[in-house]
Design a protein around this ligand. Structure first.
Ligand SMILES: [Zn+2]
Ligand SMILES: [Zn+2]
Length: 357
């Protein structure tokens, strides 16, 4: 996986290097949570991805995976106030169900920006109201800022540029592109491709050059004909999109709730036959974008400096050698001259010779 590395089961933490984008999957299941022995390895929580970038904490979707993040942040809140941004693709249950159980919302020291499609405010208020839930959204002690956006809206979160586009899904959905210093992660979930046609050009544009594309792959290609209009895609369509957009890594998510661990592994195997950069997203999986590239840039710069230094050193050595050689030649000449003089002195002087005679 060039330019990135993956770890597993890591806790939330802000990367030291602000150029790095750290992506962590907290929920990878579609439709409804699916706990149990047959799904334990992939995970049964619904859609939720944490992205740490440029000192910002951004969360894509508030499915049941959000609860775990809340538990972790609860410990951090004891030390200092926290701020985070929650971006919703759409408002189906599997993308909002973690919100009432997200601990930081109950902490006065927490500031949460909630961004999502039109209807976000009304839906969250309904979700957190009697008789469905005992605590109303308006009574939460945290600082909430709610913004409803149309697909195509662009904005920024600190240094992270966010752009969006419409996805094909019943009731509509929004795909997000997060970009920081050339590093890009795209979240396109839930989305249905149109059979027989290539990827949606707007989505290709959104995903263009992404380091990581997180894509809805709920159905198998052989299942999709029976699920047309349900709003989901296949790994094969994800591969088509990844190839069309020049994506480096394709992360397949929104796994069907009935899909067992070994079946998800089989989807990953089939996808990799078509596109080696494909992986099935699993709960706890972490990807880092930027460290590889930054590291390689630094390495190239270091080598360039070393090469210049080495060339200068060679030049200096050559100059020193030349100077030594010149000195040696001068010394040799001087020695020769001295020898010649001595030899001349040793020769019998013709006049002295005449005198002796
Ligand atoms: Zn969904
Ligand atoms: Zn949906």
């Amino acid at each position: 996986m060039s330019g990135s590395r993956s770890k597993s089961r890591s806790k939330s933490k802000t990367p030291v290097d602000p150029r790095v984008m750290r992506i962590r999957f907290l929920g990878v299941r579609g439709s409804i949570p699916s706990p149990g022995a047959t799904t334990a390895h992939v995970g049964g929580n619904t859609s939720c991805v944490e992205v740490l970038a440029g000192g910002q904490r951004i969360v894509l979707d508030g499915g049941t995976g959000l609860r775990r993040l809340g538990l972790e942040l609860g410990l951090e809140l004891v030390r200092r106030p926290i701020q985070l941004h929650l971006l919703f693709g759409h408002l189906h249950w599997d993308h909002i169900q973690g919100v009432p159980f997200f601990g930081p919302l109950y902490q006065p020291g927490c500031t949460v920006s909630l961004v999502g499609p039109v209807g976000l405010g009304q839906t969250l208020r309904q979700q957190m109201s009697v008789p469905s839930f005992p605590v109303e959204l308006s009574r939460l002690p945290s600082q909430l800022c709610l913004t409803e956006i149309p697909p195509g809206f662009t904005f920024s979160i600190g240094p992270v540029a966010v752009s969006t586009t419409a996805l094909h899904h019943p009731g509509g959905a929004i795909g997000y592109r997060l970009e920081l210093e050339g590093q890009v992660v795209v979240h396109a979930c839930d989305h249905e491709h149109t059979a027989g046609q290539g990827p949606d050009p707007r989505l290709v544009e959104l995903a263009r050059g992404a380091g990581v594309l997180i894509y809805d792959a709920q159905y198998l290609p052989e299942e999709h004909p029976g699920k047309v209009g349900w709003g989901h895609s296949t790994f094969a369509q994800g591969v088509e999109l990844a190839l069309a957009a020049g994506v480096r890594q394709l992360l397949l998510t929104h796994h069907d709730p009935g899909r067992r661990d070994e079946e998800v592994a089989e989807i990953e195997r089939r996808a990799r036959l078509l596109f080696p950069g494909a992986s099935a997203a699993r709960e706890g999986m972490v990807l880092e974008l930027g460290r590889g590239e930054a590291g390689r840039r630094e390495e190239r710069a270091r080598r360039a400096v070393e090469a210049v230094e080495a060339a200068e050193a060679v030049e200096a050595v050559e100059a020193a050698e030349a100077a030594e050689a010149a000195e040696a030649a001068e010394a040799a000449e001087a020695a020769e001259a001295a020898e010649a003089a001595e030899a001349a002195e040793a020769l019998p002087c013709p006049r002295r010779r005449a005198g002796v005679r």
